[in-house]
Design a protein around this ligand. Structure first.
Ligand SMILES: [Mn+2]
Length: 327
């Protein structure tokens, strides 16, 4: 049984496909099931799952059998990134710095220096001489690319080595379709809501995205705002399915986004991530009678404190209908 984090990203999907190929080559009689926890959220991820025909079983429909080995990729147990922690995985393969509860895990390969778990899995396939199909090469390439495409790149020479090896083996037309999927109406509506509710504090954008229709929207908006040339920080929050999802970005290595977000949600929820990117979540039903406004106020105060920003009030990033200044 292959499992990953909630709302799996391309790195998680590709890592599962890679381990499936490894098991098929080395233990052909073992049945392998790929699972999805939550949903395939981002349009690109949905395109990847559709176009590469990744067979995913919803995790909630899987019963936990002690005779079935769980292999966890791109995540670790008890890091708040899974709907249920009922099964202890036999194997954990990951590249995140956020250490989970690893007691009882039989085999660990956790390499925080890698940009993607897909790089680690590509290494296994090469070492074990496992044939890599065009479909699998396409998945692994996109899994790595989607993790290391930001600037500055959080990629190691091993990630680049894997990309170079995978590129001639991948289907470039499929890749282009995965990178450029059609977007739903809600994507634009959420952007409008977020733009109207974004505030600038010194060099940080803090944005309330409102309720979102898919949970990755919050990180997509953080990726969008961090491109603003006047900011070094972008923090977005939005609600989805009883959770307040929070996403932080900084534009430099050494930004300690993970630490900033962990401090912000301390005692309220969970968070984890890297220097430049981090994500977190707070369960909205455990707010002890606090309103959403109160919660957002607490978070804003803590984040500004973490960033040593003393400004009490931010400026709304945009007027309702801004006048675009002449160049
Ligand atoms: Mn990953």
């Amino acid at each position: 049984m292959l499992v990953s984090h909630v709302n799996p990203d391309p790195d998680a999907l590709a890592s599962m496909l890679g381990i499936q190929a490894l098991i098929a080559a080395k233990m052909p009689d073992k049945p392998v099931q790929l699972t999805v926890d939550g949903m395939i959220a981002r349009a690109e991820n949905q395109a990847m799952a559709d176009l590469l025909q990744i067979p995913l079983t919803p995790i909630e429909s899987v019963s936990i059998d002690p005779d079935v080995a769980f292999v966890m990729v791109d995540s670790q147990p008890h890091t708040g990134r899974r709907a249920s922690e009922a099964a202890t995985p036999l194997i954990v393969l990951d590249h995140h710095e956020t250490l989970g509860v690893l007691e009882g895990v039989g085999f660990l390969d956790i390499r925080p220096n890698l940009g993607a778990t897909s790089t680690l899995v590509t290494g296994y396939l090469l070492e074990q001489d496992v044939p890599v199909s065009r479909r699998l090469a396409t998945a692994l390439l996109y899994g790595i690319e989607s993790e290391v495409s930001g600037y500055p790149r959080e990629a190691s020479p091993a990630d680049d080595g894997a990309l170079v090896w995978l590129f001639p083996r991948a289907d470039k037309d499929l890749l282009a379709r995965i990178r450029n999927p059609k977007l739903p109406y809600t994507y634009f509506a959420t952007f409008q809501h977020a733009l109207a509710n974004a505030f600038l504090y010194r060099d940080a954008v803090i944005c309330w995205c409102g309720p979102v229709t898919q949970p990755d929207m919050v990180s997509e908006l953080a990726d969008f705002f961090i491109r603003f040339d006047q900011v070094a920080w972008a923090i977005c929050a939005g609600s989805f399915d009883g959770l307040l999802k929070i996403s932080a970005r900084s534009d430099h290595i050494g930004g300690h986004c993970g630490e900033v977000l962990r401090a912000a949600v301390d005692g309220l929820g969970t968070a984890g991530g890297h220097d430049k990117r981090a994500g977190g979540a707070i369960k909205l039903d455990t707010m002890n009678g606090q309103s959403l406004d109160d919660l957002l106020h607490i978070l804003r105060g803590r984040i500004l404190g973490q960033l040593n920003i003393t400004e009490e009030k931010g400026h709304r990033l945009l007027e309702a209908c801004p006048v675009i200044p002449a160049p």
